[in-house]
Every structure is written in structure tokens, then in C-alpha cells.
Design a protein around this ligand. Structure first.
Ligand code: 4NP
Length: 158
């Protein structure tokens, strides 16, 4: 089992969108029983909350229901348990590295896996309008394809 954790600040916008999008992609490739997917926030403002309505709407627009996800805060043990810990922006990455006691090779920016975009941070859509969530979706989709390719190569190694 390969374990993937998506991390943003609040765990109500970007990382639950990434979780839902990646789970949908992994399901379509029939790899759901080989890849465990979760998300968390660096801060505890929204523990137990469902994703932001705008995030739910943007995902529903693409046929993915994330309405039953619940916010949680990232824990130090996550950094040992997950094979990929993927930060949405550099601030999230710094917080994760602080929690880990330094840089770790499996703790990275999610957009490092993006094939089409040269952007490396998923912008925080919290204080903007719905178009920000569509932009987030497009960036996440690009990186999700690259990440799945990386995992498939790992799974096919003897
Ligand atoms: P997220 O967005 O990190 O993508 O979930 C935010 C959610 C909540 C807050 C900030 C960003 N907040 O300040 O509560």
C-alpha cells in the first residue's frame, strides 16, 4: 500500500479537493486497493468541519463529491506513516518541515508533479471567488496525473 497525504492550511479547500480528485483518478485506474489517500491541515481551525462549500461546488462541477470529508490537523506521526506528504504551498511545506525537524525527501510541494504548469504553489482560494477554486482544480488535476505516474512506476518495480 502506498500512502499519500495532501496538506494545506485549513484542510477545507485545497487539500480536500486534492484528496477527492486523486481518489477519483486512482479509482478510475483501478488502483484504489493499492493507494491510501488522506488530507490534513497545518492548522487546527477547521477540525471536524466539512470542506468549504465553494470547494464542494467546484468538485461537484467535475463530478466528484467531497461533502463528507472532515477537517483534521496534521500530526508528526503522519510524516512517518505516509510515503508522500504533499504541501500545497511553501508556507505549508515550511510548517511540515518544522514538524518533521527538518527537510525530508518525501515531504514536497504537490505541484512538483505538475507536467503542464511551471507554477509550484497552489494559491489559497479562501478569500477569493469561485474562479479561484476552478484555478485550484486545474493545477491539482495536472499534478495528480504526474503523481499517479510516479506511484505507478514505484508499484511496478520488483
Ligand atoms: P485551505 O484554505 O488551506 O486551502 O483549506 C484555507 C482555509 C481556511 C483558512 C485559510 C485558508 N482560514 O484562515 O480559516
Amino acid at each position: 500500500m502506498i500512502k499519500v497525504l495532501f496538506v494545506c492550511l485549513g484542510n477545507i479547500c485545497r487539500s480536500p479537493m486534492a484528496e477527492g480528485l486523486f481518489r477519483d483518478l486512482v479509482g478510475k485506474r483501478e488502483l484504489a486497493d493499492r493507494i491510501h489517500i488522506d488530507s490534513a491541515g497545518t492548522h487546527g481551525y477547521h477540525i471536524g468541519d466539512p470542506p468549504d462549500e465553494r470547494a464542494c461546488r467546484a468538485m461537484a462541477h467535475h463530478g466528484v463529491d467531497i461533502g463528507r470529508l472532515e477537517g483534521r490537523k496534521v500530526r508528526a506521526v503522519d510524516l512517518d506513516e505516509f510515503d508522500y506528504v504533499l504541501a500545497m504551498d511553501r508556507s505549508n511545506l515550511r510548517d511540515l518541515e518544522r514538524l518533521a525537524g527538518g527537510p525530508r525527501s518525501h515531504v514536497r510541494l504537490f505541484l512538483e508533479f505538475a507536467g503542464n504548469s511551471t507554477e509550484r504553489e497552489v494559491p489559497d482560494p479562501y478569500y477569493g471567488g469561485p474562479e479561484g477554486f476552478e484555478r485550484v482544480y486545474a493545477l491539482l488535476e495536472d499534478a495528480a496525473v504526474g503523481l499517479l505516474g510516479d506511484i505507478e512506476r514505484r508499484l511496478s518495480r520488483p
